[in-house]
Ligand binder design. Structure first.
Ligand code: SER
Length: 311
């Protein structure tokens, strides 16, 4: 029987991942943890600071955990505000988890990488699985280093660690936490509340994105794939669809005709400019049959309906 521990479950992905896992595993076998108390989680919860090995070990032993989803991290924009903290949480947190996973014979570990692992000399259109990677944000540096670390632990210690390079994840339930792609979520809330939005990226900044249901399905499909299908042990490219702020605004205007967008690029523009515009995920498609479902127009429709319900 699998017993799953989600670290950093208070973030954008945690709850959605837990409910998707709950279709496969009983509620009491999915343990949610975060550095802050998790309210109304609907699952067993624990407080865990990922830099505190003792806390992690205690919880793993308490529940006899077999799988870990290690989601605790600082994202790109907050990471640039506090690079030392981003390095500490993202890198030392990962290494702590990987070491414990080896010692306690955890069967599988999932760790998210990101499009931020690429950099200015990466081919920006249809970015291939293997290419130049020269991230210039602290977040991106921790993601690229983390990928190397994951592959190292697989090769040298036999740890079954699997990873995806998530594009910007768009979702309506948990709010995003300090990323550069967050505008693509804020825009919906502002469109519905005020019919206008000032974007912190310029109108033609194209970035790869994915809708939450696809991101979650990709994660579970990767984790459920037979071990011999997983040929990439650093992290798989993953794509949904790409768009610019102007294009998403036009799509929203189809539903809210008087919606208006204006642009005031800030420090996040430089981060976005160092990332790919679109991603080639053919290796994931080949190895474990990945295929996205949502495109821009379906995502926009679904986001508007669901955010409307919460207002
Ligand atoms: N969505 C993330 C960010 O913007 C990218 O991994 O930081």
């Amino acid at each position: 029987m699998e017993k799953i521990l989600i670290l950093g479950a208070g973030g954008q992905l945690g709850k959605e991942l837990a409910s998707a896992l709950n279709k496969l595993f009983d509620t009491q076998n999915i343990i949610l943890s975060d550095i802050k108390p998790l309210e109304d989680a609907g699952f067993p919860t624990e407080i865990i600071d990922v830099l505190n090995a003792e806390q992690i070990i205690h919880v793993i032993k308490k529940y006899q955990i077999t799988q870990i989803y290690h989601l605790a991290a600082l994202l790109s924009a907050v990471g640039e505000k506090n690079p030392a903290l981003a390095w500490n949480i993202n890198m030392n947190g990962l290494m702590t988890v990987l070491d414990i996973a080896v010692d306690l014979k955890i069967k599988q570990v999932f760790w998210p990488s990101s499009i931020a692992a690429f950099g200015p000399n990466t081919p920006r259109i249809n970015t291939p699985q293997f290419c130049v990677m020269d991230p210039n944000t602290m977040y991106g540096i921790t993601k690229l280093t983390g990928e190397r670390l994951c592959e190292y632990y697989y090769l040298k210690k036999g740890l079954d660690v699997r990873s995806l390079r998530y594009p910007g994840i768009i979702s309506y339930s948990a709010p995003p936490g300090g990323g550069t792609t967050d505008y693509a979520i804020h825009i919906f809330h502002e469109a519905l509340k005020h019919q206008k939005y000032t974007c912190f990226l310029s109108e033609n900044t194209e970035l790869p994105m994915i809708y939450m249901p696809d991101a979650i399905r990709a994660t579970l499909e990767l984790m459920q794939a037979p071990k011999d299908k997983i040929k990439v042990r650093s992290s798989y490219n993953l794509a949904g669809f790409s768009f610019t702020p102007k294009q998403i605004a036009q799509e929203i205007q189809k539903h809210i005709p008087n919606f208006q967008i204006s642009y005031q690029p800030d420090f996040r523009q430089a981060i976005a400019d160092s990332w790919p515009q679109s991603i080639d995920d053919s290796v994931a498609r080949l190895d474990w049959n990945w295929k996205h479902q949502y495109d821009l127009s379906e995502m926009v429709k679904d986001m508007l309906v669901n955010i409307q319900k919460t207002l």
